[in-house]
Design a protein around this ligand. Structure first.
Ligand SMILES: [Fe+2]
Length: 556
């Protein structure tokens, strides 16, 4: 019988479920089904922001939604053309007994193995096995993972692993005592992710809006850049990084009256600390493993500014960051850990594990609307028309194939426009995205031309490395205030139709670069279905929507 692993996490934030057959993954983040970002109502998100430390003390557990889990199970089984009877292994995270029981009930009909895999172990597996490397140092950094074994009142915060072939070995697991997480300990805590979460909340964002801090940080005044450094200490013998409790007051002092300039000062100072911490642990990972390749996961690995600096530092020859590096990636890691692939067997590819909607489904969805649509059976003609419209200043939705697994739209559920127009960022915000003005938009560039525009000498397919822009005047809508950009490189092997579009854009304009942002209504998760995409077209000021081979507009 062929192996078929069903793995998921339902408790905690960013729940997800995947089905893995030894080579291929089918997966869905539960937020895409519930249509609630991070699967949280705004009220619960606000509550978790207020109760951040109480959540840490509880290990981040939240009440499971079993109906949603069942929906997700149906989704992945249908996509794989499989049934419950085909499932051979089930995996969940440690302490998720309720989820395991639900995933592995008697209804399976025959005994199955139900594996419990640790939080950091799953993060490590999620990063190493899809990396394509046959040997690598693995670094996991987040806010808090599982409780320490044998009743110790402490939680996982940082771990270093060594991947070799299909083996994955933990070399160091760092725990922070619960007594330190609640802020009462005079010695502070050991969690980089909690430090950054505190920073996010003190600046005035909700706890899962750390990306906004990163976007705001370059606006901070250079004189304030070192303001939080006294509150972090490095023990190079033990490897510990300790955050002293005084940093909360120091953050509040930096935020002051709450002006944007003051909040940016705080963001810049906190970002500086996180970068130092990540460099410390990356060096430690290198010295413990002797590996010249690094893979990373855990929420802190989504800090693309730090990742870009690490890449340019030369500390490692190659770095792979798994695109679903947050807790949504735990399901992927659990599946791969349950049935570890040989190196090179499993590839992250375009990170698109969702359902592919048929042309028939697309046509049916369009037929239910009053919109005009044009069918382009030839890809070349479609790309020519879309490129022409984008160069003319239009903002278009771009829906192709399966949805991305992870927080970034990478050319399957994207909103696209021309990054060469200096006004485009404001227009996009006013009409479609409604984001804070300080937040940058990302460029997608044809991989073969990336070095013409960015100081980036290797692929960045998942938008996880920020790089200096060589031609900022040419790309004003995607160049941040410090002259950088969170680059996505696009190649035909990984994302063929998006690459074809970028090549056509390059042929028409001379610049094979597009602004690429996620297709979602403000405050909601990324679009999953054609119907949702058409609803978004109707609800906001998109100029049109490309649905597979169809260009849909509000008027003919
Ligand atoms: Fe985590």
């Amino acid at each position: 019988m062929a192996t078929l692993v069903l793995a998921g996490t339902l408790e905690g934030h960013s729940p997800a479920l995947v089905l893995y057959d030894g080579a291929r993954i089918h997966g869905i983040e539960l937020e895409r089904l519930s249509r609630l970002k991070h699967n949280l109502t705004l009220e619960r998100h606000q509550q978790q922001t207020r109760d951040l430390r109480a959540r840490a003390m509880r290990g981040g557990r939240t009440a499971p939604d079993f109906a949603l889990l069942d929906q997700a199970v149906r989704y992945v089984l249908e996509n794989a053309g499989a049934t419950w009877a085909d499932v051979t292994h089930v995996a969940g995270v440690v302490d998720s007994d309720a989820v395991l029981r639900r995933l592995c009930p008697d209804r399976l009909g025959r005994p199955r193995s139900a594996g419990a895999i640790g939080h950091h172990e799953a993060h490590a597996a999620s990063a190493y096995y899809p990396s394509g490397f046959d040997e690598a140092a693995v670094l996991v950094v987040d806010a808090f993972g599982d409780m320490a074994p044998e009743g110790a009142r402490a939680v996982e915060t940082v771990s270093i692993w060594r991947g070799h072939g299909s083996e994955l070995q933990c070399l160091e697991m760092r725990y922070s005592p619960l007594s330190a997480l609640d802020g009462s300990s005079p010695t502070g805590h050991l969690s980089p992710g909690l430090f950054y979460a505190d920073l996010t909340v003190q600046i005035g964002f909700m706890v899962r809006e750390a990306g906004k801090v990163m976007g705001l940080s370059p606006f901070g005044h250079p004189s304030k850049r070192d303001a939080l450094r006294p509150f972090v200490s490095f023990d190079h013998d033990s490897g510990d990084v300790r955050f002293s409790p005084g940093y909360l007051d120091a953050m509040r002092a930096l935020v002051g009256s709450g002006s944007e300039a003051e909040r940016a000062d705080c963001a810049g100072a906190g970002q500086e600390v996180l970068e130092r911490v990540l460099f410390h642990y990356a060096r430690r990972a290198e010295s413990l493993t002797g590996c010249r390749r690094l893979v990373m996961a855990g929420g802190c690995a989504l800090n693309s500014v730090a990742n870009g600096k690490l890449l340019r530092s030369g500390l490692f020859d190659e770095i792979f960051v798994q695109p679903a590096a947050g807790d949504n990636g735990l399901a992927l890691g659990m599946a791969l850990r349950t049935h570890p692939p040989e190196p090179g067997v499993f590839s992250m590819g375009a990170s698109c594990f969702g359902r592919i909607y048929s042309d028939e489904a697309v046509r049916e969805a369009i037929a239910q609307t009053d919109f005009a649509s044009t069918h382009f059976p030839e890809e070349e003609a479609l790309c020519t028309e879309v490129a022409r419209r984008l160069a003319g200043g239009e903002i278009l939705g771009w829906f192709q194939g399966a949805a991305e697994f992870g927080p970034r739209a990478l050319g399957h559920r994207s909103v696209l426009c021309d990054p060469r127009a200096s006004t485009m960022k404001d227009i996009l915000n006013a009409r479609v995205k409604f984001r804070e003005a300080f937040r940058p938009f990302a460029p997608a560039v044809l991989e073969s031309a990336a070095e013409d525009y960015f100081s980036l000498d290797r692929p960045s397919p998942y938008m996880l490395f920020v790089a200096p822009v060589k031609t900022p005047a040419l790309l004003p809508a995607t160049t941040h205030v410090d002259g950088s950009a969170r680059v996505q490189t696009v190649c035909p092997e990984r994302t063929p139709r998006f690459a074809a579009l970028l090549a056509t854009v390059g042929a028409q304009t001379g610049v094979p670069v597009l602004l690429n942002t996620s297709m979602n209504v403000m405050g909601q998760p990324i679009i999953e279905t054609p119907v949702q995409a058409l609803e978004m077209l109707g609800a906001c000021a998109l100029d049109g929507l490309v649905l597979g081979d169809h260009l849909v507009t509000k008027t003919s």
